[in-house]
Design a protein around this ligand. Structure first.
Ligand code: GLU
Length: 481
């Protein structure tokens, strides 16, 4: 049987890293088993769902390299793939349960049902509704509701028995007979509830493996009962553990960025983010840390997914991103850096005409940043004249290096060509002819030219800043002595 998995987000906010991990694991599982991955938009909470979130979700998933075989934007044989376009289907299936006596109409306002709940609670009983209770409440209202043209809600008559879920991640999960009572499957507004729509859709879309966050574990008993009531084939379930922050509390803003969009804005590479997300609860058979999507598609399986909570560590993700940055070609970084640099440092045209220079500059700085958004600030080093502290000026004055640096200016000025090779030659010549020690000469030179003790390769830096600017930085320094 073909493996079919799905990701079923509600478009009520931006794609969270936890959601992205769920999507990734579902996707990888399908791909590993040569199956299909489906995207379904669960937007029946009309008040909270927004089209802009759906569009952003789709954009973020694509950016991550997660691709679906069927979905709201591309269609497929079991569509539509947006729940708000499937309302007729839910009504039909709810009616089927009513006809079979497995569900019933309830004529009552949500507040009245809430009141009933409080009543049950006040008798120290589990807050579960029974058919008898709801029908009694409803009986008093039927005529009134019908006259007013109001629609009833539909409740499922939950069979009271023990349920056993053989979860692919958690192992065997038991639900006792009294774990839940009757529950709404359709609201009086005509909209389905999550637990109902999800079952109808997963069944009709022939989903074989439901992989999702363990916040849905307690819902699963309701869903299992619905599968049974419809005589649908039950999919297999795999509930992924929660993601915690380094302090072992639920992951939140306090721990750093939590949405995929924020990481995009900060200049994370999708390959790095996906790689990091894969390791949130799953591990490579040989404990490899850095791997491509292709490798993950070949290797991923649920038997290596841990049932313990995964700990999210933004520092590690940032480190990983730095690693991906350093392994990227100059050409690729040039493309990736563009939205961060244009128009801050260069205009669109300059970015094209200075391609070679920009590639070299990014390459020279590669070890100094782990997020592309830091690049404009790092690049300032090429444009901003350094300032020298008094102490530094004094120390150079005393050192006897002044003659050497004067010679260096002359040599740079007389170069027939401004290339790294010629710069290296001229610099070495200045050291040799002025008879100073190389080690004593280079360190202050870096500080004179860059204003800092460390940074990119000095010759590359000198080359990139350009002859005129380097000569004027040197001359100004010598004058300041
Ligand atoms: N729309 C649900 C959510 O976003 C889907 C849960 C599920 O995968 O069944 O949490």
């Amino acid at each position: 049987m073909e493996v079919r998995t799905r990701f079923a987000p509600s478009p009520t906010g931006y794609l969270h890293v936890g959601g992205a991990r769920t999507a990734l694991f579902s996707f990888l599982y399908a791909k590993k088993h040569g199956g299909k991955f489906i995207l379904r938009i669960e937007d029946t909470d009309l008040e909270r769902s927004e089209r802009i979130f759906e569009d952003q979700l789709i954009d973020d998933l694509r950016w991550l390299g997660i691709e679906w075989d069927e979905g709201p934007d591309i269609g497929g044989p079991y569509g539509p793939y947006r729940q708000s376009d499937r309302l007729e289907i839910y009504r039909k299936f709810a009616q089927r349960l009513i006809d079979e006596g497995k569900a019933y109409e309830v004529y009552a306002e949500p507040e009245e049902i809430e009141k009933l709940r409080e009543e049950i609670l006040s008798k120290s009983q589990a807050p579960h509704y029974t058919r008898e209770m709801l029908e009694r409440l409803s009986a008093q209202k039927v005529d009134e509701y019908k006259k007013a043209g109001k629609k009833p809600a539909i409740y499922f008559d939950m069979p009271r028995k023990e349920w056993i879920l053989p979860d692919l991640v958690k192992g065997e999960v038991k639900f006792t007979e009294d774990s839940t009572g009757d529950f709404a499957i359709m609201r009086s507004s005509g909209l389905p509830t999550y637990n109902f729509a999800v079952v109808v859709d997963d069944a009709l879309m022939k989903i074989t493996h439901v992989i999702r966050g363990d916040d849905h574990l307690s819902n699963t008993v309701k869903q299992m009962a619905l599968y049974e009531a419809f005589n649908f084939d039950m999919p297999q379930f795999g509930h992924l553990s929660t993601i915690l922050g380094p302090d072992r509390t639920r992951l939140s803003k306090r721990h750093g960025s939590t949405s995929v969009g924020e990481y995009r804005k900060r200049g994370f590479l999708p390959e790095a983010l996906v790689n990091y997300l894969a390791l949130l609860g799953w591990s490579h058979p040989q404990q490899k840390e850095i791997m491509s999507m292709e490798e993950m598609k070949n290797l991923f399986d649920l038997d290596r997914v841990s049932k313990n909570p995964a700990v999210y560590d933004e520092k590690k993700l940032t480190w990983m991103n730095g690693k991906y940055i350093r392994e990227s070609s100059d050409e690729k970084l040039y493309e990736l850096a563009k939205p961060f640099i244009v128009p801050k440092l260069f205009s669109e045209e300059e970015y094209v005409s200075s391609k070679k220079w920009i590639e070299k500059a990014i390459n020279a700085l590669k070890n100094d940043f782990d997020e592309l958004s830091l690049l404009p600030e790092k690049m300032q080093i090429f444009f901003v004249k350094p300032v020298w502290e008094k102490e530094f000026l004094e120390s150079v004055k005393k050192s006897g290096l002044v003659i050497a640096y004067k010679l260096l200016v002359d040599l740079y000025e007389s170069l027939d060509e401004w290339s790294e090779e010629k710069i290296t030659e001229a610099t070495r010549k200045a050291v040799k002819e002025s008879k100073v020690k190389g080690s004593e000469f280079y360190h202050p030179l870096r500080k004179i030219l860059t204003g800092s003790e460390s940074g990119p390769d000095l010759v590359t830096f000198i080359f990139l800043v350009g002859r005129e600017n380097i000569i004027s930085r040197l001359r100004e320094f010598l004058e300041a002595l």
